[in-house]
Design a protein around this ligand. Sequence first.
Ligand code: AMP
Ligand code: TRP
Length: 332
Amino acid sequence: MTEKKELRVFSGVQPTGNIHIGNYLGALKQFVQLQEDGKCIYCIVDMHAITVPKDPLVLRENILDVAALYLAIGIDPKKATIFVQSDVPGHAELSWMLTCSSYTGELSRMTQFKDKSRGNESAPTGLFVYPILMAADILLYDADVVPVGKDQKQHIELTRDLAIRVNNRFGDDTFVVPDGRYLKEGARIMSLDEPSSKMSKSAENELSRISLLDEDSKIKKAIMRATTDSDGEIRYDIENKPGVSNLLNIYSAFSGKSVADLEKQYEGCGYGTLKKDLVSVTIDALAPIKKKFEEVRHSSELEAILAAGAEQANEIAEVTVKRVKGKFGLGS
Ligand code: AMP
Ligand code: TRP
């Protein structure tokens, strides 16, 4: 019998501050679960963060914040590799080879680019080619599985298209074609004040999101003020009751209870009761994360973990870059 290859998992989060419960419930929670299932490589994608101008000192702090959050949510550096993207030159190298394998038409169709550039001529080129760098991140590590939120689905599809296109040209041993992994509850957490748009790190209204390190009083305020509707019934109905459905989704993802069970539990109750309970469920879920974050954020352990992670990541990346350069005929 042939030995089954170990599952390879790769994902990344941008170091842009305000990591929120959408990031956690959509992506980060899966990072922890998958540690038991295969070799996991989790990146802090700082090169993605500079697609829009960033204060260098703030960026540095945000990188360490995400690294500490990875540890705080339960990623174990003995089981998973944690590293910073720009510490591994292979990302930029492979990104160029993929850029030359991509079409401007397919990049123009990316909704994230369309939303962020809004047809503006001075939109940064980095925003336009961002999905190619993301494809390079994934393909560099021969990843089988990529745990992400649903908003990344289009980028994952592009990654697959690029991998298949290059494989058709140079052979199936060039790239592993990866699959996205999305959770049912949590895949798309919506903004608390405007439940028709997704919860985002950059929205102006602080009460639109709950960040993982928010104080209890802020968590309470954001949930108690969350937009609902006037029909008064606690029922999951994304189309007609997006606010209440979002609260049920968050509740379900944090508590492990199904949405159907929650609907039964809260039958005949008012929105105030649901919100009050969700406040305590959320506060209880985030308390251990905040505690661990404080312990590790300024420890010397953190930089050592990133240095070791970069070394492990580089080892894998160098092999891939060499292989793919060879396919293209690059190098001396
Ligand atoms: P980012 O911070 O944009 O790099 O996102 C990190 C991860 O969080 C990605 O896998 C996203 O798909 C996921 N994510 C971001 N916003 C949300 C949201 N509102 N709901 C669910 N997942 C999200
Ligand atoms: N584009 C992702 C986001 O905005 C972040 C990201 C960059 C990523 N490279 C990745 C996610 C590779 C998964 C795999 O959320």
